[in-house]
Design a protein around this ligand. Structure first.
Ligand SMILES: Cc1cc2nc3c(=O)[nH]c(=O)nc-3n(C[C@H](O)[C@H](O)[C@H](O)COP(=O)(O)OP(=O)(O)OC[C@H]3O[C@@H](n4cnc5c(N)ncnc54)[C@H](O)[C@@H]3O)c2cc1C
Ligand code: SF4
Length: 693
């Protein structure tokens, strides 16, 4: 019989899976790190046989901004062990990949063949293919490449009872044949075929440049084919667990031009973006005045600084490839002719271009660095209405209304985002340890939902819904919501997968979870006194954006995470553990000892404090922890000896021969060890490339 997943129920593991980049903190009962699909299938089968099965939530990179991968039940981490590239067919431009593979690692493997997987998030170096498919991710370049679903050919997924099921486009006849097969898989095809789906135009989905994410009913039956990929991409793990994906690849564009245009105001920049779409860019990204100021502290800033000089207003970044890139004079002339920009510059050189894009990718983290609010409040930019999307022409008036809403609420904020597709990122600064400020989350969300609806848009325009799905009745007609619930019932009638998000099954009576239902991180942090929070400030500043969770050898970041892939040994994991320890300091000696052991494995290299956008400083936090810990726990002999190291060295220099003989035993006594040799590049492939021309 196939082994089930081994479940981890210790406090350390559960704590480091309790956060993502959202305002929430939900500690799972148990965490599994499966090695393969068979283990997951066995565990799903066992769970399904229970009278009351547990909720199960898949997790990739954990970079969701609204609690997408958080649960108080079961977390299944796909990134840890199911993260390999299985096969690439260079000629057919397809790849088979495990869901936990990090997308930047995938693209690095593909680059030597001139190929890449086009969906692009700012989190590319730590988000996974499975997570990106499940959120139907899109980012820079979506004007041309669209959302993730356009680049998926076949998905292998596991259903609630562990049955393997293939989502792929098939003819109506083939779908009928599959629906006649016995078993759970056949039943599911039958349920999908039995649904009467109105014309796409009658579903009432918002008309957005990138379309609607989460059960793409409008794309399920098109041109005589049935394509369940449309439902599963963007399902946020509510329909099953993806265990393998066949994805379609694109050629890396040969010529890329980047133009930086400066504006007096963000409004001018957005007005210009509407017009400049006609110049054929693959991306138009924007910074408002506040975000641009924060950008100055990015390590990559010098490249953008050189392009805009002493400019302090707003900026657009316009990228062109292929034919559109050939006429750079024409592009510059058009930008100048609109009369809105005050300066324009083409950026030459791949290194400069990529540094400028790095400032854009760092924007979320850079905003979070600022804490405002005076002595009692420590408000920081917070994700909850951070990815609204409206039709592009509505963007300038929508942003004016959005700014007024936030100004009226007295909130500080910065804005940036994808001006080419009407999607703006906003993180209002809140101190969520304050109950009054926590109430603002629901209040502001409702106001923004009303505003977005007035402009024909969506409050979850890019990152998926997470805990923001409860307002679906305000967005879709009741008949469409019922159809979506039929989809959920067909795949997951017992509401096992990521319950409370997206849609409930038809016969469920409980509502979806709303933005202020789940426990907020700030609520839990409030158990720690303000004085202590200030002492451990950088632990409480971490917003979980996960920049420290990448394996890239080219970028400085936490070596203990890169070497192990264990989130507990990353800066984000360590500060989550410290925050948890501070909430009941000394109350759980076993946990305290585990934290001490964990922090002993930190090299105090300061890679985190130098590169983390909010400057999480683990070495400094570690010193504070041990200072406190050793008031209750005796220091080992090695610590006392180390504190006298200089004196011992002087003494040893007087008796060099004897000291030489005693070196090895002394190293052991002091607990010193040689660093292991670097492992080199991570092995990310299972099977080699085929189909080379
Ligand atoms: C700084 C920052 C910038 C961002 N920029 C963008 C952006 O430009 N564009 C964008 O689209 N998003 C963006 N995001 C949001 C986030 O990075 C994306 O949603 C990303 O696709 C999530 O990938 P992940 O691997 O981290 O998935 P997770 O966050 O771990 O999971 C996301 C969802 O997918 C489900 N899931 C994961 N793996 C599986 C699986 N194998 N089977 C079934 N379900 C699964 C989870 O249950 C969850 O519901 C950003 C986030 C941050 C913090
Ligand atoms: S100081 Fe510690 S936590 Fe920070 S990057 Fe180095 S090893 Fe990681």
């Amino acid at each position: 019989m196939q082994q089930e997943i081994e479940w981890h129920t210790d406090r350390v593991t559960r704590t480091v899976y309790a956060t993502d980049n959202s305002i929430y903190q939900l500690t799972p009962d148990r965490v599994g790190l499966p090695d393969d699909a068979a283990q997951i299938a066995a565990s799903l089968r066992a769970n399904f046989l229970l009278a009351e099965p547990k909720a199960i939530v898949a997790r990739g990179g954990g970079t969701g901004t609204n609690g997408q991968s958080l649960t108080e039940a079961t977390t299944v981490d796909l990134k840890r062990n199911m993260n390999r590239l299985v096969h690439v067919d260079v000629e057919a431009m397809t790849a088979v990949v495990q869901p936990g593979m990090v997308t930047a690692e995938l693209n690095a493997e593909l680059a030597s063949h001139g190929l890449f997987w086009p969906p692009h998030t700012s989190t590319l170096n730590r988000a996974t293919v499975g997570g990106m498919i499940s959120t139907d991710a899109a980012g820079k370049g979506s004007l041309v490449y669209g959302r993730a679903h356009r680049h998926v050919e076949r998905l292998v997924m596991l259903l609630d009872d562990g049955t393997e099921w293939i989502a792929e486009p098939v003819t109506e006849d083939e779908a009928e044949r599959r629906a006649n097969e016995p078993g759970r898989g056949g039943q599911l095809w039958r349920a999908l075929l039995d649904m009467t789906i109105p014309e796409a135009a009658n579903l009432g989905l918002p008309e957005l440049a990138r379309g609607f994410s989460g059960y793409g009913l409008d794309r399920l039956r098109v041109d005589g084919r049935v394509n369940p990929i449309a439902l599963v991409c963007g399902a946020e793990g509510t329909l099953g667990i993806l265990v393998e994906a066949t994805i379609s690849l694109s050629p890396i564009p040969e010529l890329t031009r980047l133009v930086v245009a400066s504006y007096d105001t963000f409004g001018d920049a957005l007005e210009d973006a509407v017009v400049l779409r006609e110049t054929g860019p693959i991306a138009i990204e924007s910074f408002d005045e506040t975000t641009l100021e924060r950008g100055r502290s990015s390590p990559a800033w010098p490249a953008l600084g050189a392009a805009i000089g002493d400019h302090h207003g707003a900026v657009l970044l316009l990228e062109y490839t292929g034919e559109a890139a050939e006429d750079v004079e024409g592009i510059m002339a058009t930008i100048e002719a609109t009369g809105r920009s005050i300066a324009r510059r083409e950026i030459e050189g791949a290194a400069e271009q990529s540094a400028i894009w790095k400032v854009r990718a760092d924007a979320v983290g850079l905003l979070a660095k600022v804490s405002v609010g005076g002595p009692e409040l420590s408000a920081r930019p917070t994700a909850f209405v951070e990815d609204c999307a409206v039709p592009v022409a509505e963007m300038p008036s929508f942003i004016a209304g959005f700014r007024k809403t936030l100004d009226d609420a007295g909130l500080m904020y910065g804005m940036f985002g994808h001006a080419d597709v009407g999607c703006v990122h906003v993180r209002p600064a809140l101190d969520l340890t304050d109950p009054g400020q926590r109430e603002l989350v629901a209040e502001v969300t409702q106001k923004v939902i009303d505003l977005v609806a007035k402009h024909g848009g969506l409050v979850w325009g890019e990152h998926g819904r997470g805990f923001r799905g409860a307002h679906i009745d305000q967005v879709l007609p009741p008949e469409t919501v019922m159809l979506m619930r039929r989809v959920k019932s067909a795949f997951d009638p017992r509401d096992i997968f990521n319950p409370g998000k997206l849609y409930r099954p038809l016969d469920a009576t409980s509502p979806l979870l709303d933005v202020d239902d789940p426990a907020m991180r700030g609520e839990l942090d409030a158990r720690v006194t303000l004085t202590v929070r200030r002492e451990y400030d950088s632990a409480f500043a971490c917003n979980g954006n996960g920049l420290c969770h990448h394996y890239s050898a080219d970028e400085v970041m936490c070596p203990s995470y890169k070497a192990t892939g264990d989130p507990a040994l990353s800066p984000r994991g360590r500060v989550d553990l410290l925050r948890s320890w501070l909430s009941d300091k000394g109350g759980d000696p076993g946990f305290e000892d585990s934290l001490a052991a964990n922090l002993h494995e930190c090299l105090s290299c300061s890679a985190c404090s130098g590169r983390c956008p909010v400057e999480v400083n683990v070495p400094e936090l570690k010193s504070r922890f041990f200072d406190d810990y050793h008031t209750r726990n005796r220091r080992p002999l090695s610590h006392h000896l180390m504190s006298r190291f200089e004196e011992m060295a002087v003494f040893a220099s007087r008796i060099p021969r004897l000291a030489g003989l005693g070196l090895k035993p002394a190293e052991r006594l002091l607990g010193l060890a040689d660093l292991p040799a670097p492992k080199g590049k991570r092995d990310t492939t299972l099977v080699k490339f085929t189909g080379q021309p």
